[in-house]
Design a binder for this molecule. Structure first.
Ligand SMILES: Nc1ncnc2c1ncn2[C@@H]1O[C@H](COP(=O)(O)OP(=O)(O)OP(=O)(O)O)[C@@H](O)[C@H]1O
Ligand SMILES: [Mg+2]
Length: 341
């Protein structure tokens, strides 16, 4: 299925989203702030950043799960297919999660119920969401196991999750979610817990599913190389906010924020031998509630200028290369060729 991304309408439109959690000493502390991102019909968008940058908080908000984590949406809107979701009652969220939006998580083995066969779990999900008869649901479950390329699907139906490898469990999870015909699949680090070769096969499967079904993908990962390879657009998060947003090609080959450039530099370079990391960004992501005034990346940034980068919080603006960047020095840095590094 080929969709022209320049004209495809927005399926997901998140604007100015801020999520807070209860602070230890009382009150609330912001975990993500002013997050805006769009996913068009059939598009694949990658959300990338180090641990603690706010990727999961963002994806759980899109799934309407923020209240279940103890948080609250403090500002912003989430529109799915033109419908505002932040004001939706939980009951309607549940319907949406079973139909329009599907989610897969990092730990496939923990997401499946160990007490039921994989066939029963998929069939139950199909029955609940699509209202099919028992027989039709079983047929649909087998069809879905075939769709996610599980060999001998009929006999696999009667297996319990413990009999399956991590990669197979993730395929079952994907089958369960895809059985409800979602239009958007939110995948939060779906391959991080898997071996590299298994990871590659799951990524290929996601790509195939997109081709076959036209499902849009919001793919969350700390791995910029994986995201740039799988997704058309890349959104980079740091300390609870978006610091760069552009096409995969632009962000990968011409990053317009020193943090994105740092993430790229820490990708193993096969020419230097696998696992040999060129450089990694020193320091850590400041945790929620400890963001400095000015740029949140300044303490770790080799390009930070005193009196500039610590003075005012930089806005996310179009950079000369086309991406949106939250760096006031984006133009100078591009000239210095930081990306070529
Ligand atoms: N339930 C919660 N209560 C309080 N703070 C939370 C909660 N969930 C997340 N946070 C805070 O929000 C920030 C962002 O966390 P989040 O889990 O979204 O990061 P992440 O980018 O998904 O990281 P990782 O790569 O480790 O999964 C962190 O500072 C975290 O401590
Ligand atoms: Mg996470």
């Amino acid at each position: 299925m080929t969709i022209d991304m320049t004209t495809a309408p927005d399926l997901l439109d998140v604007r100015g989203l801020s999520v807070e959690f209860p602070a230890r000493g009382g009150g609330w502390v912001g975990a993500i702030s002013d997050v805006s991102l769009r996913v068009r019909q059939g598009e694949s968008v990658g959300l990338v950043g180090e641990s603690g940058s706010g990727k999961t908080v963002t994806s759980l908000a899109v799934m309407g799960l923020t209240p279940l984590t103890g948080g609250r949406i403090a500002a912003g809107s989430i529109a799915f297919d033109g419908r505002e979701l932040t004001s939706l009652p939980q009951r309607e969220w549940r319907a949406l999660r079973g139909g329009g939006i599907g989610m897969i998580f990092q730990q496939p083995t923990r997401s499946l119920n160990p007490a039921f066969t994989v066939g029963d779990q998929i069939a139950e999900s199909v029955r609940r969401h699509l209202g099919l008869s028992r027989r039709a649901a079983r047929a649909r479950a087998i069809e879905m196991l075939k769709l996610v390329e599980i060999p001998r699907a009929e006999s696999r139906m009667d297996d319990y999750p413990h009999a399956l490898s991590g990669g197979m469990c993730q395929r079952v999870m994907i089958a369960m979610v895809m059985a409800t015909n979602p239009r958007l699949l939110v995948a939060d680090e779906p391959t991080t817990a898997l071996d590299v070769t298994v990871q590659e096969r799951i990524l290929a499967l996601l790509r195939d599913l997109q081709e076959q079904t036209g499902v849009a993908l919001l793919f969350v990962s700390h791995d910029l190389a994986v995201v740039a390879d799988l997704c058309e657009r890349v959104v980079v998060m740091y300390a609870g906010e978006i610091i760069e947003d552009g096409t995969a090609g632009d962000v990968f080959y011409q990053p317009q924020h020193p943090y994105s450039a740092g993430l790229l530099a820490s990708i193993p370079n096969p020419r230097r031998g696998i696992g040999n990391r060129l450089a990694s960004i020193p320091g850590q992501v400041p945790s929620a509630g400890t963001w400095p005034p000015g740029c949140r990346f300044q303490a770790r940034c080799g390009f930070a200028v005193p009196g500039v980068c610590d003075a005012a919080h930089p806005p996310l603006l179009p950079s000369p290369a086309g991406s949106l960047s939250r760096c006031v020095r984006a133009a100078e840095i591009a000239l210095e060729g930081v990306a070529a590094g």
